[in-house]
Design a protein around this ligand. Structure first.
Ligand SMILES: [Zn+2]
Length: 250
């Protein structure tokens, strides 16, 4: 077809639209996030529907529409069956894609982001479990999700400052420190006590170990997530900080 375009795409989400159609949200390699109309996907004989399942990678054909463009064809390249067979993996895949979809803008391609999402799904899909009958441990899921969240936020320009205090620029030393969720970075105790570091719910206390984990995440690829061995208390602290940091981006 003349005006059609092709690209590799990650299916982020699909919702019903009108009687037989769907609106499908993709993160495409060439064009960034796109929300496209898919016709007839709710009809029983729809071939397209089977290829437009969220949490999959497809070769996508796009044709222009009057209002919205159409997903005219899709062929599955990766369906991540390991994720779909494990409810915990599915939960963390969904959580990652939901936040990613919420914080990215349409028509802003970024190949690094595309491959980061692809890698996140791949790691979850192939996550090594000691016993094949086990589900992904929730703590491992939280840790990987935090890692992914900080990586994609960094790529989007929200890299947190983890070396110097945001207020006085002094190097952060171990001890009592804070994290400013609004501005993204550390605040030293002196600035906190002088009310220079931020107010109220913008601030969380942060332990020295949590500072170390965040530095590790910012300096290393997602593929090293399984090298991090951290205890439950620290995972909880990291999860709270991650959710707070994400919430302040909306
Ligand atoms: Zn300071």
């Amino acid at each position: 077809m003349e005006d059609s375009k092709k690209t590799l795409a990650i299916v982020l989400n699909r919702q019903d639209y009108r009687e037989y159609d769907s609106l499908v949200s993709f993160y495409t390699l060439e064009f960034g996030k796109l929300t496209l109309m898919a016709r007839g996907t709710k009809r029983l004989k729809s071939k397209l529907a089977g290829h437009l399942e969220p949490i999959s990678v497809v070769d996508l054909m796009i044709i222009p529409g009057k209002g919205r463009d159409y997903a005219a064809g899709a062929i599955s390249q990766e369906v991540f069956s390991g994720i779909k067979a494990d409810l915990n993996k599915l939960y963390y895949a969904g959580l990652g894609l939901r936040w990613f979809r919420r914080l990215t803008s349409e028509n802003e391609p970024d190949k690094t982001l595309f491959f980061l999402v692809f890698e996140y799904l791949n790691i979850l899909d192939k996550y090594h479990l000691d016993d094949v009958s086990d589900e992904l441990p929730k703590d491992d899921g939280e840790l990987l999700f935090s890692f992914f969240a900080f990586k994609f936020l960094t790529e989007m320009g929200y890299k947190p400052e983890m070396e110097n205090c945001l207020a006085c620029q002094q190097k952060i030393t171990p001890g009592k420190n804070y994290f400013n969720l609004q501005n993204g970075g550390l605040i030293c105790e002196t600035c906190f006590l002088a009310n220079k570091g931020g107010i109220g719910r913008e601030l969380l206390t942060i332990s020295d170990n949590c500072v170390k984990v965040l530095r590790f995440m910012l300096e290393n690829g997602l593929n090293l997530s399984q090298k991090l061995k951290i205890d439950k208390k620290l995972i909880k602290e990291l999860a709270t900080l991650t959710k707070g940091f994400l919430n302040f981006r909306t």
